[in-house]
Structures are given as structure tokens and as C-alpha cells.
Design a protein around this ligand. Structure first.
Ligand code: LHQ
Length: 258
């Protein structure tokens, strides 16, 4: 249900229930948790790629797994507490960049997963739907926090309250995602981005990521201090020395993520 490969510093996770547009089951949660164990224990990791098999990225929670017609109350809160929130928290704390390659529709919790990417690249035919609005639920998986910060309150409210499908092109125009790429060479665009990040000075770009993401809960003065402390630490890294040497010697730097 989820494919995983780790090679040359790149961890590739592929949601793989294409007939159900990769809707997430309890089994997939377990598998994702095992995969994240492996990723977190990996020594020479440089980038994580999350994508979907088939024509969808992820259609959110599998709505067929626990039929609502079944007897007894449905405790969605428990599912979120035990499975969705831990998954989102672990993705938010990855030690390397997370690239989400949105190959097709991303709906409900699937849209949340897609938008967890530090860099989100979507195929032209992909789209984002806060389908919670269509089934009597509210946005979850951090979406209600993230969305107004990404695209502003009016657009966040519009998406959350109508469940309207937002095309990849519009998502890019709104600043919801990094890039919308043509379907025909989507994979090439994704691989180019993954290669770029895998060869990047990981500590520097992760310090950038953390500073930018955490800036939402800090004031300007605190952020200046964070930048000072970050540069102080980064100034001692291999990759900083390598970056400056390569520049002076007019050659390509060989970053090692150290
Ligand atoms: C599906 C699903 C699906 C099962 C498509 N489940 N089979 C809530 C509660 C608690 C815990 C945590 O999180 C959440 C958050 C959530 O994620 S709530 C939101 C759940 N997701 C949705 O409401 C989206 C439901 N899906 C759709 O609205 C459509 O499928 C979209 C708009 C994504 C795609 O539409 P189409 O391109 O027209 O495809 P389709 O509807 O024909 O779907 C293809 C197949 O995939 C179909 O199966 P079938 O056997 O008829 O070919 C669907 O039943 C199945 N599928 N989503 N979530």
C-alpha cells in the first residue's frame, strides 16, 4: 500500500492504492510509521520525496474502511490522535527537506499531506480540494493553521468552506505551492528538484527552513537572534568551507550535508 526506497541519500515514499486514489487506510498509517522509523534512523539522508501512484496523489482518509452505516459512534478524534497527528508531526520534524510531488488530486487529509512538503511541486492536472466541507467535517492535519498563513484568510476560508477544487496552476499563483509543472515532463521536474536538494548543503538549507517555518511564532528581534545563532553554527560546517572554497576556485562545490 506504500512503496519505499532509500538510495543515494534520497528516500522515496509512494502512496500506492491507485484504484482508490491512494486514500489512506489504517494499514497505510502503520506502514508510513515504519517507513518514518527507517528514515529517522538513516545516517546519510539528504531528501525525502512523497508522491502517489496512478492518477491521484491522495484522496484523504479512506471513507470505505469503517462504514458510517455501521453500528456505534464513530470517534474520528481517536483516529486523528492516534494516527494522523503523529504522522503530520513526524513529517514536520524531518531532519531533511520534504518534497511533495503532487501527481494528481489531493483531497482532505491528502491535501494536508501534500502541503506538508517544504517544497510542493504539482502536475498541471493535479488539484487541491478541502473536501472536508463536502462531508460535514472541518479541515484537520494542521490545515486550518497552515492555510491562512500560506494564502491569507479569504482564500483559506473559501477553500475550507466550499471545498472548491483548486487547480495546480491557481495553487501556484496563490503561493500555496512552489511550482506547477507540465504533465508531460512532471517526473523530470520532480527529479531535478530532488537532485538539487540531495546535493545541497543540507544543514544550511534546513536551518533556512526551520527559521522560516518557525518565524510564524516569533517576533522580528527574536528572528534576528535565531539567524545570528544559525550562522554561527553553520560557519563551522564542512559545507560552508566547501562552498566558499569552490566559489574562490571557480568549481562546483561537493557538499556532504555536514
Ligand atoms: C475513495 C476515496 C476515499 C475511499 C476516492 N476513500 N475511496 C477525517 C476523519 C478522521 C480522521 C482523519 O482525517 C479525516 C480527513 C479526511 O481526509 S476527510 C476527507 C476524506 N476524503 C474525501 O472526502 C474525498 C473523497 N473523494 C472524492 O471526493 C473524489 O474521489 C475526488 C474529488 C478526490 C476525485 O474524484 P474523481 O476523480 O471523480 O474520482 P472518483 O471519485 O471516481 O474516485 C475514484 C475511485 O477512488 C472511486 O472508486 P470506484 O470503485 O468507484 O472506482 C472512489 O470511490 C475511490 N475513492 N476517494 N477518500
Amino acid at each position: 500500500c506504500v512503496l519505499f526506497a532509500l538510495e543515494d541519500g534520497v528516500a522515496r515514499i509512494v502512496l500506492n492504492r491507485p484504484d482508490q486514489l491512494n486514500a489512506i487506510t489504517v494499514g497505510m498509517h502503520q506502514r508510513l510509521s515504519d517507513i518514518l522509523d527507517e528514515i529517522e534512523a538513516s545516517a546519510d539522508l539528504r531528501v525525502v520525496l512523497l508522491t502517489g501512484a496512478g492518477r491521484g496523489f491522495c484522496a484523504g482518509q479512506d471513507l470505505g474502511e469503517r462504514p458510517v452505516e455501521q453500528e456505534g459512534p464513530l470517534d474520528l478524534g481517536e483516529s486523528i490522535e492516534l494516527r494522523y497527528n503523529p504522522l503530520i508531526r513526524r513529517l514536520a520534524r524531518l531532519p531533511v527537506p520534504l518534497v511533495c510531488a503532487v501527481n494528481g488530486v489531493a483531497a482532505g487529509a491528502g491535501a494536508a499531506l501534500a502541503l506538508m512538503g517544504d517544497m510542493v511541486i504539482a502536475a498541471q492536472s493535479a488539484s487541491f480540494i478541502l473536501s472536508f466541507a463536502k462531508i460535514g467535517l472541518m479541515p484537520d492535519c494542521g490545515i486550518s493553521w497552515l492555510l491562512p498563513r500560506l494564502i491569507g484568510q479569504p482564500r483559506a476560508l473559501g477553500m475550507a468552506m466550499t471545498g472548491e477544487r483548486i487547480s495546480a496552476a491557481r495553487a501556484q499563483e496563490w503561493g500555496l505551492i512552489w511550482q506547477c509543472a507540465p504533465d508531460d515532463d512532471f517526473i523530470e521536474h520532480v527529479e531535478a528538484l530532488v537532485s538539487l536538494l540531495a546535493a545541497a548543503p543540507t544543514q544550511g538549507i534546513m536551518a533556512a527552513r526551520n527559521a522560516i517555518r518557525q518565524s510564524w511564532s516569533r517576533d522580528f528581534d527574536a528572528q534576528l537572534d535565531i539567524e545570528r545563532d544559525g550562522q554561527r553554527r553553520l560557519g563551522h560546517t564542512h559545507d560552508y568551507r566547501e562552498g566558499v572554497s569552490a566559489f574562490r576556485q571557480k568549481r562546483r562545490p561537493q557538499f556532504r550535508g555536514l
